[in-house]
Design a protein around this ligand. Structure first.
Ligand code: SAM
Ligand code: SF4
Length: 333
């Protein structure tokens, strides 16, 4: 049995977020610039390599894998990949396979996901207003996403809605979105915008602290803090009037690093030990070189040594320079 993945601060890594593509069929303004240059396909890990990589992480104690992107459901062959990965679920080596999706392709894949062993997904949706959605995502795809939500629920997937709170955009719509999600039995999590990648917009115009959202919601709803934790950075609140759960992810107003149990791997096999740092280790080079198995173990050990204690996000009033130069779509949420 290989060693567990434990970093220099004694944190055990049990959660892998794997970006399977950097491509996406939307262009959310807080995530991407309109004209993104995507990676040449040859740079991507093949699905076989991704499987091998997941196997190496599972052998070293990873129990949960979240597939993300870009948009994971635009990667060709993904269903077969998930089916193969689910063998680890059947053998009890893995607790969960899940994914974060924008929902545009979900009506096509919901049933297959469920039969491949996916029980829960996160679906990102920032507005129920067609115009706001189109402005935010730079694509007119709200109806497609809503059909995806319907198909997902029908297939028996548990869906959590993720919404980025944006000052000049969906701020006033948050209560309505929450009522909609809770009305359909879906939990919802609000996310503060993070300063990642150049997006041709000033982050300061987007940034809405969730403390302000909470104050606004408290004028209308009874919010009860819960001790619920799901191993991630979100804090959870019960909303008495809707009976639903509202999560809040506050990277900028509330540091959540002490209990971090995760790493992120890009579709080119770069492992990032922290969302808020640029340090990475090249796993693809290890896998495509000599003695791949041994080289991969060594690279993973190096990653553990390099995992920083905490992120260092900041949004300044005076500038557009991102804290982290890579876009969120490189490592996924
Ligand atoms: N395309 C999929 C989706 O949108 O769900 C998966 C990848 S997307 C990068 C993952 C999550 O990151 C989404 O919920 C998205 O809203 C969020 N996100 C993207 N850029 C962000 C940023 N700069 N700050 C905060 N959240 C961001
Ligand atoms: Fe695509 Fe998701 Fe980024 Fe939006 S947030 S552009 S859907 S990767």
């Amino acid at each position: 049995m290989n060693d567990q993945l434990i970093d220099n601060f004694g944190r055990q890594i049990t959660y892998l977020r794997l970006s399977v593509t950097d491509r996406c069929d939307l262009r959310c303004t807080y995530c991407m610039a309109e004209n993104m240059i995507f990676l040449p396909r040859k740079d991507l890990l093949t699905l076989e390599e991704l499987e091998e990589l997941c196997g190496a992480f599972i052998a070293r104690g990873v129990r949960k894998i979240r597939l993300t992107g870009g948009e994971p459901l635009v990667r060709r062959g993904l269903m077969g990949f998930i089916q193969n990965l689910s063998n680890h679920l059947d053998r009890g080596q893995l607790d969960e396979i899940t994914l974060t999706t924008n929902g545009t392709q979900l009506s096509k894949f919901a049933k297959d996901l469920k039969s491949a062993g996916v029980e829960r997904i996160n679906l990102s949706l920032d507005s129920l207003n067609r115009e706001t959605f189109q402005k935010l995502a730079r694509r007119d795809a709200l109806d497609q996403v809503l059909r995806g939500v319907e198909a997902g629920l029908e297939a028996g997937l548990k869906i959590k809605i993720n919404t980025v709170a944006l000052k000049n955009s969906n701020a006033d719509e948050i209560p309505q979105l929450m009522e909609w999600a809770h009305g359909l039995g879906m939990d919802m999590t609000l996310i503060e915008v993070m300063p990642m990648g150049d997006i041709n917009e000033d982050r300061f115009d987007q940034y809405l602290p969730l403390t302000a959202v909470r104050d606004q919601l408290e004028e209308q709803y009874t919010l009860i803090d819960t001790p619920l934790r799901t191993g991630g950075p979100a804090r959870y609140i019960k909303v008495e009037e809707t009976g639903g759960i509202l999560g809040m992810i506050t990277p900028l107003t509330n540091n959540f690093c002490a209990g971090c149990n995760r790493v992120r791997v890009t579709c080119t096999g770069q492992i990032y030990m922290c969302l808020g740092h640029s340090d990475s280790v090249d796993l693809r080079g290890a896998m495509r070189g000599e003695n791949p198995q041994e080289a991969l173990e060594t690279a993973l050990n190096r990653a553990m040594i390099n995992k920083p204690e905490a992120h260092d996000f900041r949004i300044n009033r005076d500038g557009t320079t991102p804290s982290v130069p890579r876009h969120m779509s490189v490592t996924g949420g």
